[in-house]
Design a protein around this ligand. Structure first.
Ligand code: S3P
Length: 435
């Protein structure tokens, strides 16, 4: 039985919010840590159902991981070619990142047969986008009509290729960068639009030879990776829900400390600023592994609609549902285009976002590649949101409740644990005590 989440209309939001460790970087910390030579100490790890699947996967592949605390791990890397065949199928649960990144490493192992499978939603998400280029590199991969379950037969020689990504995807780029560590010669990935570059930064910090060119990245084969310590930034995608919440609810004023602001992730800030939001970044710094972080201050503001151009979409791909909520409360029309890959996320997010917002009283129409929203600054009516098992739709619905007339009930809200298990507690504690 999963629990519904009831969110009542809120007074001003105030105080400091400590979001969980970044999910994308936490997956990569485990996956890259697993193939480093020797131990990697990870702090700020973002525990969640998704990253828990990656933790279980690397353990099943023979990597010892000490859980010093819920946010501190020591990953005892076994070296680039030290993973062993697991006794059972690797269960990625709901994690697209694990499903797409791990095969790049598995294809480079000297031997073994590895099968990856996951939940009902993951079985609908395409993996041919990694299987095709990995085949071209010489890997043997079988998919089920382009989806999971998929099996990788390791032990085949990989050769570097130049590959132009048909869809802007950090997961596919990362998979090929990881496979490129094992390939003879150079592997170059050409991106139609820039996506998050966590893998490049981490691999470079671990000693891999990564070269960036405009619109492309090249990796050379590696003999060993080494990384002593890795600090995971706060998750911008989690922070985004509270950034929008404080923007919408009158008189709010919040701080989020130590949040990752990788340019491939933080596009929401560019768009919100253009819409009139009052968001300031200060205390900018860079972690030892090369990730930019900052403290973020957010105050309530009245928003105006905008057009989000397709070039920005990859830098805010996971934030588009909550941006749509902000746009529904902005004066005037907002158009979001170039987001067709949202149809292949944990749910068809173009449809599930529109369905949720319409159920709460917003005026939204869908297009093939996004939405058109006719916003007003008034509170949403409120109502019930069915997130269709999608964590980000569930959290968007909950945030909508804070700035509604009648509150919002999110059905089956336990899917939130896929990325952000602390969300309910943070939400419960963010209303100013004097309101
Ligand atoms: C991710 C990349 C994005 C994003 C996902 C995490 C990553 O997916 O939506 O939540 O960690 O590389 P795509 O690469 O499919 O766009």
């Amino acid at each position: 039985m999963t629990r519904d989440l009831d969110v009542a209309a809120s007074g001003p939001l105030a105080g400091e919010i400590a979001v969980n460790g970044d999910k994308s970087v936490s997956h990569r910390a485990l996956l890259v840590g697993a193939v480093c030579d020797g131990p990697v100490r990870v702090s700020g790890f973002g525990g969640s159902a998704d990253t828990g699947a990656t933790l279980a996967a690397v353990r099943a592949l023979g990597v010892a991981v000490d859980e010093v605390s819920p946010t501190e791990l020591v990953v005892h890397g076994v070296g680039l070619r030290g993973l062993r065949e697991p006794a059972a199928v690797i269960d990625v649960l709901n994690s697209g990142t694990l499903l797409r990144l791990l095969p790049g490493i598995l294809a480079g192992q000297p031997s073994g047969r590895f099968t990856l499978d996951g939940d009902e939603s993951i079985r609908r998400r395409p993996v041919d986008r990694i299987a095709l280029p990995l085949h071209r590199m010489g890997a043997r991969i079988d998919t089920t009509d382009g989806c999971a379950p998929m099996t990788i037969d390791a032990g085949h020689v990989l050769t570097g290729i130049t590959y132009e990504l048909p869809v802007a995807s950090a997961q596919v780029k990362s998979c090929l960068l990881l496979a490129g560590l094992y390939a003879a010669g150079e592997t170059t990935i050409v991106e139609p639009l820039a996506t998050r570059d966590h893998t490049e930064r981490l691999l470079r910090a671990a000693g891999a030879r990564i070269e960036r060119h405009p619109g492309a990245v090249t990796v050379r084969p590696a003999t060993a990776l080494r990384l002593d310590e890795l600090v995971v930034p706060g998750d911008f995608s989690s922070a985004a829900f509270f950034i929008v919440a404080a923007t919408l609810v009158p008189e709010s004023h919040i701080f989020l400390r130590g949040v990752g602001v990788n340019p491939g992730r933080a596009g929401l800030l560019t768009v919100l600023e253009r819409m009139g939001a009052r968001v300031s970044l200060f205390n900018r710094r860079t972690t030892a592994a090369g990730e930019p972080i900052a403290d973020i201050e957010v105050r309530h503001a009245e928003l105006v609609g905008t057009d989000v151009e397709p070039e920005l979409v990859p830098t805010m791909i996971d934030e588009l549902p909550v941006l749509a909520l902000a746009a529904a409360r902005a004066r005037g029309t907002t158009r979001i285009r170039g987001a067709e890959d949202l149809r292949r996320k944990e749910s068809d997010r173009i449809e599930t976002t529109a369905e949720a917002l319409v159920a709460l009283g917003a005026r939204v129409t869908t297009t093939d590649d996004g939405w058109q929203l006719r916003g007003t600054p008034a509170r949403l009516r409120g109502g019930t949101v069915d997130p269709h098992g999608d964590h980000r739709i569930a959290m968007m619905g909950a945030i909508a409740g804070l700035y509604s007339e009648g509150g919002v009930r999110v059905l089956d809200a336990d899917c939130i644990d896929v990325s952000f298990p602390g969300f309910r507690d943070l939400l419960a504690g963010i209303e100013a005590p004097w309101s």
